[in-house]
Design a protein around this ligand. Sequence first.
Ligand code: ZN
Length: 552
Amino acid sequence: MKKGIIFLIAAIMVIIVQGCSNQSNEETEMMKKKISQYAVTKIAYDETLLDERQKIVVNKLHEAAKLVDDIFWEQVYSGNKTIREELGKANNDYTKLVKDYFEINYGPFDRFDNDKPFYGTKEKPQGANFYPEDMTKEEFETWIKNNPDDEKAFTSEFTIIARKDNKLVAVPYSEHYADKIVKIAALLREAAEYADNETLKKYLLARAKGFETDDYFESDMAWMDLKNHTIEVVIGPYEVYEDALFNFKASYECFITLVDPVESKKLDIFASLLEEIENNLPYPDEHKNFERGSESPIVVVQEVYAAGDTRAGAQTLAFNLPNDERVRQAKGSKKVMLKNIHEAKFEKLLYPIAQQIMDEEQLPYVTFDGFFNHTLMHEISHGVGPGFITVNGKKTEVKKELQETYSILEECKADILGMYNDIFMIEKGVYPESFEKEIWATFLAGSFRSMRFGINSAHGGGNAIIYNYLLEKSAYEFNTEKQKVKVNYDKVYDAVKDLANKILMIQALGDYNGAKEMIAQYGIESESIKILRNKLSNLPIDIKPVYQIDNK
Ligand code: ZN
């Protein structure tokens, strides 16, 4: 070959290679940006809470949880196994990033971008992998119409739908995922052998049976009965959101957690003060409600490990289970709050927001204590104030009277009373006086975590009402030049009390028009909300947990 030709070929090769790498550079940057939406965070727990036998229980549950995770991967998408193999073989930077994002999303579909595919071009099947991918809603419905005896099995939370000899059939989870289910049940029984707390032992044994029979009633009841326990665990199929076709089919998930002794004591104190809290609320005694005793119990825990449904995309801060209405009727439900996940989100999401928007002098008062204690009191505050009310001599409920405005008003109430009642706890000596500034400053910064993606959600809307109302009363101050906000400590308590009174009275009177006016006037994206929100667009949106227990 002549030198000139060799040179020409080499030049062309360089152009081709550069062309490719330029294109993938762009894609690489985009993928990096997607991944940076999730701040990698170590999730640790206090190992000293466990004795040697409890450690064995936790390790067995950890093994079971990983199998639950495998099942969920299968539930999300039929192609997951093949894609994982493909991505596993690749060794260039871009593919490694795609693999990372695939792991975060539990599949090739972007959970923060309407499930758009980021690997390959296939759209996510609406029914995930719970139904044949080519089955339509109409086909399913027609089948049930023609075969009414199949309805129960077909709409069950615990079956998948398959196509066999051109017919649709329902296959129970215990059969369809049998290889893993058998191992999970065995691990739960082994864990039960080391569980010295009788209520936990009972739950684990009942749950093992539940996995094998697809009947979780007894074990859900046993979960509500857990008492004096350290290990708080849920494992099984629960939420139905992954099935976007019908919301019938439950996804497997697991939370292994430890009850937090310090927070449990705090909750006991709140429970003993519930009547005083109601009595202290800023609205007339004639409307006060002292009969709201039967609310859901709250447990604060440290998360050791989470798997399956709850691990995909955004991480859970708290959950309320079980979903079985029969159990809820008999025993209510239980709210479990994950303290170390709150801690992780505070550090990686809330504090960076505060750094962008809070006046520098008040930044030191944005603290994890301020954040978590408010979250706790928010939950307690849902349980005080008007519930059943009388309107024009007719017995009714706040929820019914306020209709579509109810959620925003109720979240707004829980947030405003969260602050008001925390101040009351200072008066009662539960918190030190020095805590006051943290309550105010942390809430203001935190409200931008809720409003960051708009004010259309109940939480975002409720926070907008508080922000705009307090701004109007000069309890919050916005500095246009610096583009920062701060609390006016002299004015904030009275303004909070004032707004609490207005919200409580709307609820007490079942005042639908009042609620609508309140939302129209204050539940809006005002100028300063817009300016401050714009400053947050490059911050992470959620966390990606890395568990201490995995690194042993
Ligand atoms: Zn709430």
